[in-house]
Design a binder for this molecule. Structure first.
Ligand SMILES: *Cc1c(COP(=O)(O)O)cnc(C)c1O
Length: 405
């Protein structure tokens, strides 16, 4: 049969994942996005680029990451065999570095000596500043003034790494205002500057490009599980903020119809609009998300009945965002992946469980995925195999945890 595989069918030439994705930007951004798309398309099939990328992923970031059999967690939950994909062991403590290395190399390849990024809690800013230092690029990070106050340690880290951190003192003084400022900077300085976007969001080609830089997670996991179990897993679990760590794990299993996928969003404090960041988990009662345009892409967006972007809440900053990557919206519509939400306190309980039972303190984001697995484990069979993506480590969350525990 000559039909295209599911994984290869998106995005189309216009950057669409079914109805989602695309390029909803002002005219001034069309040329830079086209330039980026061309450069990325060339780099993908350039052996030298791939070699530099692999070298940095290996020697700088620490890939491949282990796929660890969690024997004690498996025994404790009494259900399926659980394997942990240990992205928490990467340099800077999370999967984010995969994408930053890829885009940093691409910026250098395009002859751009400067990167700009926005950051909420500071994790993406730190990963960007880290890679910029390694590659000798200038780096400017925009951050809401409110967030800078809350995340002083990360501001300190970025500055130590040589980045300029600019506080954004307008609007709500948080992530979405920082995004606007970073975009403005990019438009103004586009000849010398690359906009290093942190998840599978934004206008085409970002959702596809960022996904591709994270596909290594699923490619490694596939090879590793085939080595240890001689077969593919039955389930994949990952948390979903913008959706980059999840799609990185899922993508190379999309054509394996027997591999089920669960994306876990932030259920926050409850189902009311403003209390959570669950965009695709409507089936479990979380309301307020409708298709709409945010940050250049058409996808599910949490919004008020009259179309204003809703505020969101999550104990984990990485999941606290009103929109979701367009490929996830597409996968949800097709029923290829399932999306659900976990509340703050369930994620905290899951974090404590993994810490006590496996000696791993996961990021609060990753703990959401674990909490969903813990809910379901009792109903799953003992010969089923699960891969859970531990997207990052929990060191960054100690202050928040100390407040809750
Ligand atoms: C940023 C972050 C996330 C959420 O981002 P995605 O793009 O959804 O992967 C998840 N886990 C950790 C540890 C993060 O730092």
């Amino acid at each position: 049969m000559a039909t295209k595989s599911l994984a290869e069918s998106v995005p189309d030439a216009r950057g669409r994942f079914g109805a989602y994705g695309g390029r909803y930007v002002p005219e001034t951004l069309m040329a830079p996005l086209e330039e980026l798309e061309r450069a990325y398309t060339e780099a993908r099939s350039d052996a030298k680029f791939q070699q530099e990328l692999n070298d940095l992923l290996h020697n700088f970031a620490g890939r491949p990451t282990p796929l660890q059999f969690a024997s004690r967690l498996t025994e404790y939950l009494g259900g399926p065999k659980i394997y942990l994909k240990r992205e928490d062991l990467l340099h800077t403590g999370a999967h984010k570095i995969n994408n930053c290395i890829g885009q940093g190399l691409l910026a250098a390849r395009m002859g751009k000596r400067r990167v700009v990024a926005e950051t909420g809690a500071g994790q993406h800013g730190v990963a960007t500043a880290t890679v910029a230092a390694r590659l000798g690029l200038d780096c400017t990070v925009y951050m809401g003034a409110e967030d800078m106050e809350r995340q002083r340690l990360n501001v300190f880290r970025m500055r130590l790494l040589g980045a300029e951190v600019i506080g954004v003192d307008v609007g709500s003084k948080t992530l979405k205002d920082a995004i606007n400022e970073a975009m403005r900077d990019w438009v103004t300085n586009v000849r010398t500057t690359h906009y290093l976007l942190g998840s599978v969001l934004g206008a085409h080609p970002y959702p596809a490009m960022v996904r591709d830089f994270h596909r290594v997670i699923g490619q490694e996991a596939r090879e590793q599980i085939l080595n240890s179990e001689k077969r593919l897993p039955d389930w994949l679990f990952a948390c979903v903020g913008g959706g980059s760590n999840a799609i990185g794990l899922f993508n190379d299993f999309l054509d394996d119809a027997d591999v089920r996928m669960v994306g876990v969003e932030a259920g926050g404090r409850g189902t009311a609009l403003g209390e959570h960041a669950a965009r695709l988990a409507a089936a479990t009662g979380f309301g307020g998300a409708k298709p709409g345009v945010l940050q250049g892409t058409y996808t599910y967006v949490l919004q008020t009945p009259d179309g204003q972007i809703s505020t969101t809440h999550s104990v984990s900053a990485g999941l606290d965002y009103p929109a979701i990557g367009p490929q996830h919206a597409w996968l949800a519509d097709r029923g290829r992946a399932e999306y659900t939400a976990v509340r703050d306190e369930e994620a905290i309980e899951a974090l404590k469980t993994l810490a006590e039972i496996e000696g791993i303190i996961p990021a609060l984001e990753s703990a959401h995925a674990l909490a969903e697995l813990m809910r379901r484990a009792a109903k799953m069979k003992r010969d089923e195999i699960v891969i859970l993506n531990v997207s990052g480590r929990g060191d960054k969350d100690m202050e928040i945890l100390a407040r809750y525990v």
